[in-house]
Ligand binder design. Structure first.
Ligand SMILES: [Fe+2]
Length: 214
């Protein structure tokens, strides 16, 4: 039987500093908003989709402006990640992609349909969305675009203060657009690694694409 998709949720609201949501919103408003070209190797978008509009707060800004969040990625959240994995879990050594914020504003942005290269992803939802902005994960590993993902999927509604962990290497996933033109969705995305799927196995195309690595 092929592995079924599963995820684990921790409610970490009471472990976050007072005013954390507003602090994140303020930083998220200064995200880089633009159309991001599809990701090499990992994209599961239809061939006619050249890019997807969204916002990103880069890792250096998270570390500088949300130090408490960066510290939790390497501390408490890493410990929780270890609870859900059979293997020892490590945070990324490279600060460029350890923890970033993904941001959507209005109804035209969404997050690219893709699979992950890292064996464990943590998402801290920072905003609530009763409708729209859901994380949608295909049951079928062969789903090759958004429409195929939507035909059979798990749907996770963002709740602020909920931290989820999952292995997204085999199941294509994306974030739906918001339903409100004035809405803003913010999620902190964390990469974790294990000995059997270490950081050194991250596809070099990704770093070339994102950071211009040689
Ligand atoms: Fe992902």
């Amino acid at each position: 039987m092929p592995p079924r998709f599963r995820w684990v949720t921790f409610d970490v609201s009471d472990s976050l500093p007072p005013g954390w949501q507003q602090a994140i919103r303020t930083v998220a408003e200064s995200a880089e908003f633009r159309e991001f070209p599809r990701t090499p190797v990992l994209s599961r978008e239809a061939p006619d989709v050249p890019g997807i509009p969204r916002g990103r707060v880069h890792a250096d800004q998270v570390r500088l402006r949300l130090a408490w969040l960066y510290q939790r990625y390497r501390g408490m959240f890493l410990e929780l990640a270890g609870e859900v994995s059979a293997e020892r879990v490590m945070a990324a050594r490279d600060d460029r992609y350890g923890i970033v914020l993904n941001v959507q504003r209005g109804t035209a942005m969404r997050f690219e349909c893709h699979v992950d290269s890292n064996p464990l992803t943590g998402l801290l939802f920072c905003t609530d969305h009763p409708v729209g902005g859901e994380l949608v994960i295909a049951r079928d590993a062969a789903a090759a675009d958004v429409a195929a993902v939507e035909r059979g999927c798990s749907v996770i509604r963002p709740h602020a203060g909920h931290l989820i962990f999952f292995d997204g290497r085999r199941h294509p996933h994306y974030a739906r657009p918001l339903s409100s033109a004035s809405g803003m969705r913010v999620v902190a995305v964390m990469n974790f690694y294990t000995e059997s799927c270490p950081e050194s196995a991250r596809p070099p195309e990704l770093n070339r694409h994102l950071y211009g690595d040689e």
